[in-house]
Ligand binder design. Structure first.
Ligand SMILES: [Cu+2]
Length: 579
């Protein structure tokens, strides 16, 4: 069983236990004896079974069980100790056990709320609030259902509840250290002098575009979705003038996967101000990284990218030979892009398909009709990629895979989630059952270029209630906090840095660090065994733990976030900052 399924199973058991105790208590109060006994016995079994999932999860790491061990386990123990013996005595008047059964229900529910609303890390404040909730609910229940508690008992319960509430609230809302991310930097060094310059102009504006025969309202660069493909040869200087015609919420250009100087990174509020209607901004950087990239707005990026403000950026070592096609996959107004391309290719011609996932969720790609190799991932060439056949690749949000093959005499087709996007002729192969490539064991390994680390950071991805804004929101959190309250990761130039990224939520989080590529060291404790993987976008699935490393060689303040853009918008955005 994967850690992800264990997280889900544990949650289901906790819900069943809480519901069983509450149902047992309520039916006992209504003197429905058999039903009450049945529900409560079921709840007792579920509560006693829960340590199995908790222990199994603990093997994947303390992050997955901290609040379960520190808060849920003591509350469950109290539930079993208070309700268990009374239940086993099966009293003649079932109503006499209603209060203990409901107490057990409150204890389980409040522990569950800590997991769902607070998550990681477990805090004394959350524990005390949970206790206060149980005490208050029990006191009220006691008053309603009787028998009248003695004055001492009710005063004690009340005192415990109030003390826990006061202390817990104090601890839970204690301010985090200031996030300290400075805004609007002005780095002038764009490191370009005298090289051949390729100039492009991208004008952002509202537009109506035609997708699969339907007119769709979009935000477009130069009136088209995707925007124009920008291509350069290594050594060129790229100079891109961004103009905003009428996008009220502002636009920027972020060069996804391209490790540009910080001032060119296009993150509003961090590296520049958003470009408002009527304004322009000129980006300039040297094309010194070969490979497949893409650009997109980073201003209200969730909406902006989804509406169509994105395009392809390809830097080639030399002018393209053979067939060299970029396939940026996107979903616009629920419709898939791009429109399928069909073009015959002569046998023997080398073909490179540059697959780009510009959506916020993973896509599955399957190339049928030919053996192929994955030549590059996220712009970096793989070492010793072997020939693959009948194998799918899963590309995370923001990620790129370059597939290469020599055109056979028979047709070839590329399917994305079962839909043909590129073909050289008709192919009817069922690809749905193909296994997916694991890039961590593909290609030839080489020694890891890090022997020690100067800085280590752990990012635990979860969900939690964020009460700091005007309206409470159910945020996507990192180490229990949501943007802008997540402390930045502070490094020094030339530090060897290691990130441990832990996903204890039930959603996939495609992680994306700006300005750097990270080398994958391990996943779930197993070292990467294939080609070195220098990634800028990788899926951290539920229950997974990734260790990645990089050299801090590009000074500035860099966004470090989930590239499921609605998640980033809902709090899952942090910053890497140089001292
Ligand atoms: Cu996410």
């Amino acid at each position: 069983m994967t850690s992800g399924s264990l997280i889900a199973a544990d949650l289901v058991i906790a819900v069943l236990a809480a519901a069983g105790w509450l149902g047992g208590g309520a039916t006992a109060a209504a003197r429905r004896r058999p039903l009450a006994l049945g529900l409560a016995t079921f709840a007792l079994v579920a509560t006693l079974a829960r340590p199995i999932t908790i222990v199994a999860l603990a093997r994947a790491g303390w992050w997955f069980v901290a609040e379960k061990v520190l808060i849920a386990a003591p509350l469950s123990l109290a539930a079993v100790v208070v309700a268990g013996p009374r239940l086993l005595r099966a009293p003649g008047d079932i109503r006499s056990v209603a209060v203990p059964l409901l107490f057990a229900g409150y204890a389980e529910s409040s522990a569950l709320l800590v997991t769902v609303l607070h998550g990681y890390p477990a805090s004394a404040g959350a524990g005390l609030l949970a206790v206060a909730g149980v005490a208050a609910a029990t006191a009220v229940t006691w008053r309603v259902l009787g028998p009248r508690p003695s004055g001492t008992v009710s005063r004690t319960v009340l005192a415990v509840g109030v003390a826990a509430l006061v202390t817990g609230t104090g601890l839970a809302v204690a301010p985090n250290p200031a996030s300290g991310v400075p805004h609007d930097h002005d780095y002038r060094d764009t490191r370009t002098v005298g090289e051949p310059t390729r100039r492009f102009t991208l004008t952002a504006g509202t537009a109506t575009v035609n997708v699969s025969g339907r007119d769709v309202a979009a935000w477009a660069f130069n009136g088209q979705v995707p925007g124009p493909e920008l291509s350069a040869t290594v050594g060129d200087v790229l100079e891109v003038t961004l103009r905003n015609r009428d996008i009220e919420r502002g636009v920027t250009l972020h060069w996804h996967g391209y490790d540009v100087p910080n001032s060119q990174d296009g993150v509003p509020g961090i590296t520049q101000a958003a470009v408002l209607p009527g304004q322009e901004f000129v980006y300039r950087f040297r094309a010194d990284q070969v490979g497949t990239y893409w650009y997109h707005t980073h201003s209200v990026s969730d909406v902006g990218v989804r509406m169509g403000l994105y395009g392809v950026l390809v830097v080639r070592p030399a002018p393209a030979t053979g067939v060299d096609v970029a396939v940026p996959v996107h979903t616009l107004a629920g419709l898939p892009l791009p429109a399928p391309i069909t073009e015959p290719v002569e046998a023997g011609v080398p073909v490179r398909l540059r697959l780009i996932n510009t959506d916020s969720t993973t896509h599955r790609y399957a190339l049928a009709g030919t053996p192929f190799r994955v030549a590059a991932i996220d712009g970096f060439n793989l070492r010793g990629p072997t020939s693959l056949v009948d194998t799918a690749v899963l590309i995370p949000a923001g990620g790129r895979y370059d597939l290469v093959f020599t055109a056979p005499a028979t047709p070839v087709a590329l399917f994305v989630d079962g839909r043909t996007v590129y073909s050289t002729g008709p192919v009817s192969t069922a690809t749905g059952e193909w296994p997916a490539l694991d890039p961590l064991s593909y290609g030839t390994s080489s020694p890891v270029p890090f022997t020690r680390f100067d800085k280590r950071f752990t990012l635990v991805l979860d969900r939690g209630l964020d009460l700091r804004g005007l309206l409470p929101r159910y945020a996507h959190t990192v180490n229990g906090a949501a943007d802008p309250d997540i402390p930045p990761q502070v490094v020094r130039l030339d530090d060897a840095v290691k990130f441990t990224i832990v996903n204890r939520s039930l959603a996939v989080h495609p992680w994306h660090l700006h300005g750097h590529h990270v080398l994958v060291l391990s996943r779930d404790g197993r070292p990467a065994s294939g080609s070195p993987l220098w990634l800028d976008s990788f899926d951290v699935r539920p229950g997974e733990v990734w260790e990645v490393a990089f050299r801090a060689d590009n000074p500035g303040v860099w966004a470090n976030h989930c590239h499921n853009l609605p998640h980033a918008d809902a709090g899952m955005m942090t910053h890497l900052m140089y001292e």
